[in-house]
Ligand binder design. Structure first.
Ligand code: AMP
Ligand code: ZN
Length: 466
């Protein structure tokens, strides 16, 4: 469903051309192909990671509204083998697959709490070893890769004349004095022909334990970058419409993905690239050593709802660094309560109106995901009141932002869906000051064995005392 009231296509700032570019499917089937680098699963993702995933979820939702749900294919991988996953699994004396499953399950649960839509395909690196080996073999055959004495394989950066287009590394290196053609810079670089070459295949080392796969070059495991090239190709084809991730991935990860994919396939890799900025905490980079790293569970323990976190993460412009504070979560809870009350009055008034009142919201979102402007435009409508506002159009705005306005329900017991639905209805009736309906619903809830406790900004449900 194309939103008739939003004349502007979705535009994103493309990191490759450094210009705003309109999004459109390039394949004849009209399906927009979108790849988003996923998490490395060795610990719970932190709220900085979730900033990136929430921004990508916003994008996914806007794409669905623009092109139709069946015309968007969203792939996001799971990095389930790398130095960190191997080392941590060994510290815990657990098999790698068993260890990473725990953290990908946790990631999925957190994504669901933040109302992020699951990608259409979620491939894992270990599930695509053969595809990665195939690509490396082609690169070797075409003269873009070489093996070293220990049985590793490296990509030969010098074999690609236009390497560095995305990060403009050559321009930067010229200013800084060449590191591109410089000496080996990393610990395991002794055997590399050039310091900027990167690993496609890593020969097995004793510290890798049982985590190795057979290959034409002997036992080993893939390098990090090749997984995304291989999984993107397998699930989206050689040329995709959009590739995204946090800014830290631009170099070397995405630069190297371009090199591998284009040298292997002989076709352009991604038409557009989008990078969102980092989340800072109290003005500093989030890190373990500074003790300012938060997970969703840390915030839940402070009584923060995941939806408030989602709102707070959306409140900053995705391409600007966002300074996270606990105060921003309080502001988010208040904003959600205002939206919840507005929806209840809309529902009660059965308002039909013009969806065009929300055009400025979508116009802002289509303009490089300008979420602060979009939320500003949304509250302009909300503050004017429900007259002439279309309830379905308001729901579409909520869908785009991925905001659910269920009143926070204390997760003390498993609440049956029917009871939760009655509670939602009663809350809406109360907001609309239809106290007769609210009372009747309270009785129905009580008859089902539950009691509803009201607060100013929401309610909770508890099993009725016998
Ligand atoms: P990782 O699990 O480390 O591969 O990271 C998953 C995603 O989170 C990547 O797209 C990173 O760019 C992104 N990311 C990492 N740190 C932050 C941060 N502080 N703020 C926003 N995004 C981040
Ligand atoms: Zn990637």
């Amino acid at each position: 469903m194309r939103l008739s009231s939003v004349p502007m296509p979705i535009q994103l700032f493309d990191s490759l051309t450094r210009q705003l570019q309109p999004l459109a499917p390039s394949h004849a089937d009209g399906v927009f192909r979108f790849y988003n680098c996923g998490p490395t699963v060795y610990a719970p993702a932190h709220i900085g990671n979730f900033r990136t995933f929430v921004v990508n979820d916003l994008l996914r939702r806007l794409l669905e509204l623009e092109f139709g749900p069946a015309k968007v294919k969203h792939v996001r991988n799971i990095t389930d083998v790398d130095d960190k996953t191997i080392r941590r699994s060994q510290e815990e004396k657990r098999a790698l697959g068993d260890f990473t499953k725990q953290w990908s399950d946790k990631f999925h649960a957190d994504c669901a709490a933040l109302n992020c839509l699951p990608p259409h395909v979620e491939p894992t690196a270990t599930g695509h070893i053969a595809e990665q080996i195939d690509m490396i073999a082609v690169l070797e055959r075409k003269g873009h890769a070489y093996r070293t004495a220990d049985g590793s394989v490296y990509f030969k950066v010098g074999s690609m004349p236009d390497y560095g287009r995305l990060s403009r590394i050559k321009e930067r290196e010229l200013q800084l004095g060449s590191a591109l053609s410089g000496k080996p810079q990393t610990a395991d670089a002794d055997e590399k022909e050039d310091g900027s070459d990167f690993a496609l295949w890593k020969a097995h080392k004793p510290e890798d334990g049982a985590n190795a796969w057979e290959s034409p070059w002997g036992r080993g495991r893939p390098g990090w970058h090749i997984e995304c090239s291989a999984m993107s190709k397998k699930h989206l084809g050689e040329t995709i419409d959009l590739h995204t991730g946090g800014v830290d991935l631009l170099f070397p990860h995405h630069e190297n993905e371009i090199a591998q994919s284009e040298c292997c396939n002989g076709a352009p890799f991604s038409r557009l690239w989008y990078h969102s900025e980092h989340l800072l905490v109290d003005g500093k980079k989030m890190s373990k050593s500074l003790g300012n790293l938060y997970t969703l569970d840390d915030l839940k323990a402070k009584g923060v709802s995941p939806m408030a976190l989602r709102y707070a993460l959306l409140a900053g412009h995705p391409r600007k660094q966002l300074n996270f504070t606990l105060d921003s979560l309080h502001a988010a809870e208040k904003a959600l309560a205002t939206l919840r009350a507005f929806r209840a009055t809309l529902a009660a008034s059965g308002s039909r109106g013009d969806e065009a009142v929300f055009a400025p919201v979508f116009a802002a979102l289509h303009d490089d995901l300008n979420t602060p402007a979009a939320l500003g435009a949304l509250f302009t409508v909300v503050n004017r009141g429900p007259a002439g506002v279309d309830a379905a159009a308001f729901d579409r705005v909520l869908f785009a932002l991925g905001l659910t306005l269920d009143a926070p329900v204390a997760p003390k017991a498993d609440i049956p869906a029917a009871v939760a639905a009655l509670a939602e209805k009663r809350w809406a009736a109360k907001q609309a000051k239809d106290f007769a309906a609210a009372d009747a619903l309270r009785k129905e809830i009580a008859a089902a064995g539950w009691s509803m406790l009201d607060r100013k900004d929401g309610y909770s449900l508890e099993p009725a005392k016998k």
